[in-house]
Design a protein around this ligand. Structure first.
Ligand code: TV1
Ligand code: CA
Ligand code: ZN
Length: 394
């Protein structure tokens, strides 16, 4: 019997809007908002809500979204007709998309504006709980949509809830460290804060320009090249190849984040936990297990700073739910002794065919993907990042 208890001396808060989960991007679209329902059901099956403050969040207001996004973009997002409504000859032409809205990646689905403002509301509320120190770790699995730009949708992301959350954190903390373990480059967040030294962005991602979205985030992309710009050297990118393992990832993560913590000395951490970096993800390329993904959360927690945790990508829903439930338990518990066997009374149990929280790579794939990351290349990456950090400090 797993008896999770409320931690002494600190508070974890869980921010979610169950209405968000009812939205659909379309039958074949990889983004499935119901993965959030699956996550919540696992979190509940393990009894975790008793050990956290649970908030049903409201939708963000237009004014709140306007803190980052352009008005003309928001107006179009709020009024554009869903794609399956009949159009007349003068009507919106889907082959002439505005703001990158209405293609296959960013479809105009029913309730889109509500969905976006709920996701943003979740992240803004989580950030405010960190700001007023009512929470030490705030969890917003419905957020993490790192590709959205000021006036452009991109890669399944319409509203950049992370940027909106970090803007809240900047009201009360001098320096924010943004860490992104989604398999894709966190381009929207990097771009939004490229000209400030009050936010350092770090993304780990699969990098293969022309073959893997979005194609940015090379090792030598470290922010503006103009040394007069305060944002210079404040973007860190960790480009990786297919098949990286838990051990390699942990080595890189601890070496890079540990060094950044010493040099940049952040006052708060914003961690994007995209679960598409897990083995067996429909869009991902890595070999990370639930344990290896969670180790990043545990390491960040060990730094003892207030932290906001966002969701992000993740396209094999049962594995997304496993990782995010495990990471919720890491946020709560001081040691991770969560049982591997998923509690019997869990609804949605048919999704967890192996009935365990930590399936082996063989259970996930049959045969794992070949590892294309050499130790030599990983050492080069670490060297380059450490060199960048010589320019950073207070
Ligand atoms: C509809 C139906 C849309 C099936 C999209 C995979 C689909 C993809 C689909 C898909 C898919 C992408 C591109 C190509 C840019 C396009 C939440 C030139 C089987 C944070 C976003 C990936 C990742 C976008 C988002 C990417 C996140 N990959 N099937 N689309 N064009 N888009 O490559 O970082 O996880 O794939
Ligand atoms: Ca990333
Ligand atoms: Zn992703």
């Amino acid at each position: 019997e797993y008896n999770i208890v409320r931690p002494k001396g600190y508070t974890v808060s869980y921010h979610a809007n169950p209405e968000m989960e009812k939205h659909h991007f379309g039958q074949t679209h990889p983004m499935k908002p119901w993965r959030l329902t699956l996550t919540k059901s696992l979190v509940s099956a393990y009894g975790m809500p008793f050990a956290m403050d649970n908030y049903n969040t409201r939708a963000a207001t237009y004014e709140e979204l306007n803190a980052f996004h352009a008005s003309d973009y928001l107006d179009y997002l709020a009024t554009a007709p869903p794609e399956d409504t009949p159009r007349d000859y003068e009507g919106n032409n889907p082959s002439d998309p505005k703001f990158n809205l209405g293609g296959s990646d960013c479809p105009l689905f029913h309730g889109l504006y509500d969905y976006c403002s709920m996701s943003a509301g979740t992240s803004i509320d989580a950030a405010r709980k960190i700001c007023c120190q009512q929470s030490d770790i705030a969890i917003a699995w419905g957020g993490g949509l790192h590709h959205a730009k000021r006036r452009e949708a991109s890669g399944f992301c319409y509203i950049n809830d992370i940027v909106l959350g970090i803007l809240q954190l900047l009201r009360c903390y001098p320096r924010v460290l943004y860490i992104d373990i989604d398999v894709h480059h966190g381009d929207g967040v990097e771009e939004a804060f490229k000209s400030t030294d009050r936010v350092m962005t770090v993304s780990f991602h699969k990098y293969q320009p022309d073959y893997f979205f979005p194609g940015t985030g090379a090792l030598d992309d470290n922010g503006p090249k103009d040394e007069q710009n305060p944002g210079a050297h404040h973007a860190i990118n960790v480009p990786l190849n297919d098949g990286i393992t838990d051990e390699q990832y942990a080595m890189l993560f601890e070496s890079i984040i540990g060094k950044i913590n010493e040099t940049y000395r952040p006052s708060v951490i914003a961690l994007q936990c995209g679960a598409d970096s897990l083995a067996g993800d429909r869009l991902g390329r890595f070999n990370l297990r639930v344990q290896g993904h969670g180790a990043c959360v545990a390491y960040c927690k060990s730094l003892g700073l207030p932290m906001i945790i966002f969701g992000g990508g993740g396209y094999t829903p049962r594995n997304v739910a496993r990782a995010w439930a495990y990471e919720t338990s890491i946020a709560i518990a001081s040691q991770n002794k969560i049982p591997d066997i998923i509690p019997l009374h869990a609804p949605w149990r048919e999704h967890f065919i192996h009935e365990t929280l930590f399936p082996t790579l063989e259970q996930i794939f049959g045969e794992p993907r070949a590892n294309r990351n050499t130790q030599k290349r990983l050492n080069e990456i670490i060297m380059h990042v450490h060199e960048q950090l010589r320019f950073v400090g207070h």
